[in-house]
Design a protein around this ligand. Structure first.
Ligand SMILES: Cc1cc2nc3c(=O)[nH]c(=O)nc-3n(C[C@H](O)[C@H](O)[C@H](O)COP(=O)(O)O)c2cc1C
Length: 370
């Protein structure tokens, strides 16, 4: 049996295969509310045959949105809008649903990438971000507010509140976004965190707030919902966050009941020099898996079925996440199953598409037969 199409469990989360659809911002929400775009986007990805589908980074408070079009989960209105999408996905697909909860920190209030991605000034509907320190992402940008004790509590409580809402909506997994230069990564990285209180300076101090937020999520998340964290394993900048610190963070998370680590990189500094190429982040997932012994998700320029299969066969990760490759080919898991001799669940409306020579492709798990 192929590794990619073998089932895998993390806690109570039973996945049909090892394919994960990575979180992808859509910049298409209205005041944090999911729209018909999310129905179409998550709806079509839910028919892909992947084992687990993550929502885009979902903001825990309005000021924590990367762009005015970010998805949010901070109110009854945002909960109802996302609930409509989650319910439709559930109705038509057996895919497991994960939510990524995040806060943009000093990278908040930006235009969508197709509008240039620059900061939106307050006069044009933007807002000032919140960060560990009043240090902007780029020197030319206005400084964010530095979070004080009350602000830290507000953000921590907002994460817990959003997690409660996600659990109420029946999400199977929650991923805390501590990567890509957003708020929690800003606390971790010495490049963004210049605090001289208990939340800055030493590694232990820089990890304190992200660990407090994780703890707040752990306290409200029942064992039936799997809880993990996405990290940037390195800033790709001398003197920044790096793999040894990531391993220390992963160990601390594991001690606190973290169930998986999704291993990405970069995003905190415009000085980063990333050697982008196939599998470029896989060695980090491999190190976390080997040294910390936690289930890991590898991500980043994994585009081919055999490539994904080989990563798993070498034991470098437990799950494989795709983002761009899945947008380019939303039936990637079907095609990978055809190539590797695996099986995928397919909706009964599409059963007639199974190629004659691939009689077992849709297997016994065709939707509607269950
Ligand atoms: C359109 C788009 C939106 C993204 N939004 C998010 C996001 O919301 N949260 C996140 O952690 N990563 C986000 N990413 C990064 C992806 O999850 C993934 O880590 C990255 O694209 C590398 O994987 P790939 O080479 O398979 O695309 C986004 C990537 C793309 C292409």
């Amino acid at each position: 049996m192929s590794h990619l199409f073998s089932p895998y469990s993390i806690g109570n989360l039973e996945l049909a295969n090892r394919i994960v659809i990575a979180p992808m911002c859509e910049y298409s929400a209205e005041e944090g509310r999911a729209t018909d775009w999310h129905m179409i986007h998550l709806g079509h990805l839910a028919l892909s045959g992947a084992g687990l589908l993550f929502t885009e980074a979902t903001a825990v408070e309005p000021d924590g949105r990367i762009s005015p079009g970010d998805l949010g989960l901070w109110s009854d209105e945002t909960e109802a809008a996302l609930g409509r999408v989650a319910q439709a996905v559930r109705r038509y697909s057996p895919i497991k649903l994960g939510i990524q909860l995040g806060h943009a920190g000093r990278k908040a209030s930006s235009h969508a990438p197709w509008n240039g991605g620059q900061l939106v000034p307050p006069a044009e509907g933007g807002w000032q971000g919140w960060a560990p320190s009043a240090v902007p992402h780029n020197a030319s940008e206005p400084a964010p507010h530095a979070l004080d004790a009350a602000g830290l509590k507000r953000v921590r409580d907002a994460f817990a509140d959003s997690a409660r809402r996600a659990i109420r909506l029946g999400f199977d997994a929650i991923e805390l976004h501590a990567a890509h230069g957003y708020l929690l990564h800003q606390f971790l990285s010495p490049l963004a965190n210049r605090r001289d209180d208990a939340y800055g300076g030493s590694l232990e101090n820089r990890m304190r707030f992200p660990l407090e937020v994780f703890q707040a999520l752990r306290e409200v998340t029942p064992a039936s919902v799997t809880l993990g964290v996405r990290v940037s394993a390195t800033d790709w900048v001398e003197g920044g966050w790096d793999l040894p610190q990531t391993l220390a963070f992963a160990r601390a998370l594991k001690d606190r009941g973290c169930e998986f680590i999704d291993v990405s990189s970069g995003g905190v500094s415009s000085q980063q020099k990333i050697p982008v190429g196939p599998n470029y982040q896989v060695p980090f997932a491999d190190e976390v898996k080997r040294q910390v012994g936690m289930p890991t998700i590898a991500v980043g320029l994994i585009t081919e079925a055999q490539q994904a299969e080989d990563i798993l066969a070498r034991g470098e990760a437990d799950l494989i996440a795709l983002a761009r490759g899945m947008l380019y080919d939303p039936r990637w898991p079907w095609h990978a199953a055809a190539q590797l001799g695996g099986q995928v669940a397919a909706p009964r409306q599409y059963w007639r598409s199974q190629p004659r020579e691939l009689k077992a492709l849709f297997g016994e798990t065709r939707f509607g037969q269950r």
